[in-house]
Design a protein around this ligand. Structure first.
Ligand code: 0RA
Length: 655
């Protein structure tokens, strides 16, 4: 009965793809902006795998005007021959069977870059249509699918030169909440991949705007660290360590500069491990050990001196850690923490050996690094004393320690009360008028908000606006702060005394909701990024426990027939204008919160029954933190671009 097995496999395929369509979030995380882009990355990952295998050096991503996206590579081309078991062309199997990618034929990959590894069949299932074109064996082959199902056979076309795979697809609007692609989001990841693959050329083009970026970095992560430190004063040339053991590849690049912030980026199989993990722990333990050992051996650290802590040796450190392994385990809230136990000791010993050798060979630079860590140690002692002082002051003075600018609410029960952090005194007016003073408090921020990237803890705590926020919330802060992109409240798992986190106490939180309310423009979004970065680094549990929100004030009001309608975006405005009759209609554009009257602000943004607010996730905050680092901290090019794009807000940013 030759046909029954064919039928059975077809049914299995249908069930698989239907499961993806029924529960997309199970496969791609969510169906919002992030999930939408995830299905593009799923396709890009396949091309990147081909790059890692050494067969592909150019990948092109195009956003088309019809809402579809193309991913084009010059790899070997997905095989089109018959799949022995499935009795269908391999190309079709890859697109219709879950987890089929890379597992077929000879070319199975040792290391795969896909995050969830769900494969292109997921992208296919969640697309209104998908067309794939393979150049292979001197011919063109094509196939088209609609909502995951093949609507043509794999068709052999005309003769062509070269090899490669081109995939074009249009995300299904019945599945995704938004189908609007964001050029910057795709470009950012492609730039990262260009650094991590070290040589492959990534082109990202947006046919809606004509924008195009090309990323290619022959020096790999050494180029990456140079870019990160390009606006800083490095103490030495990048230290580049490459080694492997037990089928795990470890590549690390380290460069100290003369300012304070730590920037550690870590990757496992090219995935940005924002929550850190065993590779980061191994790296940190090795770094602390080698610097202390060298300092002791050279007599820079005296017998009576305390050891340098992990935090001390990371002041002014930029580091990129990239590991590749066969079976990565991803853990943590956002599945971006590497969990493989064996990696810790392995990275620890490989980095330890490499770094110790480098120190012996570069005594001048090595001494400079030890000396900088010692300065950090002294400053940290001083900062700790000051932090303790700030906390004691506010604890001793009880309610009296609240900032004068705070318009507090009457309710003293944190579980019912909310704090609105608003931008500028002009916005404070309507916010005060629009609030319910029984349970809603207002804290206006004024003047320059400190650039937390550039300053050490003692300076940050000295900043007025930051002090007001800390005092109003009542929780205190995590005194070490989080290293950039690390995502853990206490990064020093290997050496912590618990002292570092002792200053933060979530049970002291005076409001259950902390709502950031800024203008719906670029200035507002910038201040929001700054605040999220501060919360991410110094009050992370606040975000983890879901206490931070973003208000969404409207950009437009449209009055028509005695009723008022509001629009948050230009798209919403256009939709309303199309729906409402034109006669007697008046539209108004709010240039800022300060221009809204109290009633408008209350209904749209403040009253719990009618407002729109958004809960901030750790992911949002981590992303803000990364955007912030990129814009303010380091990369010169994006910063220039940013300033050019938003010149008028620059006066409010402390560079
Ligand atoms: C496995 C084997 C071979 C090619 C590929 C995978 C491949 C997959 C994708 C997905 C996007 N672009 C791709 N490029 C290549 C071919 C093995 C052979 O030719 O022997």
């Amino acid at each position: 009965m030759p046909d029954s097995s064919y039928g059975a496999s077809q049914i299995r395929v249908l069930k698989g793809l239907e499961a993806v369509q029924k529960r997309p979030a199970m496969y791609i995380g969510d169906t919002s902006h992030r999930g939408l882009h995830h299905i593009v990355f799923e396709v890009i990952d396949n091309s990147v795998d081909e790059t890692l295998a050494g067969f592909c050096d150019a990948i092109e991503i195009v956003i088309h005007t019809d809402g579809s996206v193309s991913v084009i590579d010059n790899g070997r081309g997905i095989p089109v021959d018959m799949h022995a078991q499935e009795k269908r062309p391999a190309l079709e199997v890859v697109h219709t069977v879950l987890h089929a990618g890379g597992k077929f034929g000879e070319g199975a990959y040792k290391v795969s870059g896909g995050l969830h590894g769900v494969g292109v069949s997921c992208t296919n299932a969640l697309s209104e249509w998908l067309e794939v074109e393979v150049r292979r064996d001197g011919h063109r082959y094509t196939q088209r699918y609609e909502r995951g199902k093949p609507v043509t056979k794999v068709t052999k076309g005309e003769k062509v030169k070269g090899t490669g795979t081109a995939t074009r697809f249009k995300p299904d609007p019945l599945i995704f909440e938004t189908v609007e692609f964001e050029f910057e989001y795709l470009a950012r990841r492609c730039r990262e991949l260009a650094y991590l693959t070290g040589g492959a050329r990534f082109t990202v083009r947006d046919e809606r705007t004509g924008k195009e970026e090309v990323y290619q970095y022959k020096g790999g992560i050494v180029d990456y660290i140079k870019a990160l430190n390009s606006a800083k004063s490095p103490l030495h040339r990048p230290i580049h360590l490459v080694s492997s053991r037990d089928d795990v590849d470890v590549e690390v690049v380290i460069q100290y500069h003369d300012s304070y912030q730590e920037t550690t980026l870590s990757f496992a199989n090219l995935i940005n491990t924002m929550e850190g993990g065993t590779h980061v722990t191994g790296f940190r333990t090795a770094l602390t050990r080698v610097i202390n050992q060298y300092g002791r051996n050279q007599g820079l650290l005296k017998e009576k001196d305390a050891n340098l802590s992990g935090e001390d040796v990371r002041d002014g450190l930029t580091a990129i850690i990239s590991v590749k392994l066969g079976a990565p385990q991803f853990e943590g809230q956002t599945k971006t923490k590497l969990g493989n136990r064996e990696v810790d000791g392995l990275v620890n010993s490989l980095v330890g050996e490499g770094l110790a050798t480098w120190f012996e060979e570069h005594p001048t630079e090595a001494r400079r690094i030890v000396r900088q860590s010692q300065v950090a140690q002294q400053a940290r002692d001083a900062a700790r004393k000051q932090a303790e002082l700030v906390r004691r002051k506010s604890a001793l003075s009880g309610g009296m320690g609240l900032p004068g600018k705070l318009f507090d609410c009457r309710a003293k029960d944190p579980s019912v009360s909310e704090l609105f952090i608003v931008e500028g005194d002009s916005a404070a007016g309507p916010a005060k008028g629009g609030r319910n003073s029984e349970f809603q408090a207002i804290l206006p921020l004024r003047g320059k908000i400190l650039n937390v990237e550039k300053h050490r803890l003692d300076k940050i705590l000295g900043n007025q606006e930051i002090q007001h926020i800390i005092a109003a919330l009542g929780t205190g802060i995590i005194s070490g702060g989080n290293g950039n992109g690390d995502g853990r409240a206490n990064p020093d798992e290997d050496e912590s005394t618990g002292e570092e986190t002792g200053l933060f106490d979530l049970s002291k939180l005076r409001y259950s909701r902390v709502i950031i309310m800024t203008d719906a423009d670029v200035d507002g979004s910038h201040i929001r990024t700054l605040l999220l970065t501060f919360f991410f680094r110094y009050m992370q549990p606040l975000i983890e426990q879901g206490h931070v929100y973003i208000a969404q004030p409207p950009l437009y009001s449209i009055k028509q027939g005695g009723k008022t309608y509001y629009a948050l975006t230009d798209e919403e405005r256009d939709k309303l204008l199309a729906e409402l009759p034109q006669r007697g209609r008046a539209m108004y554009r709010f240039k800022g919160l300060g221009e809204m009257n109290a009633e408008d602000l209350a209904t749209t943004t403040m009253e719990p029954e009618t407002r729109i607010i958004r809960k901030v996730t750790l992911d949002d905050a981590a992303e803000a933190d990364q955007i912030f680092s990129t814009l303010m901290g380091s990369l010169v090019e994006p910063r220039k671009e940013f300033i050019a794009d938003h010149a008028r807000e620059v006066e409010n940013i402390d560079f």
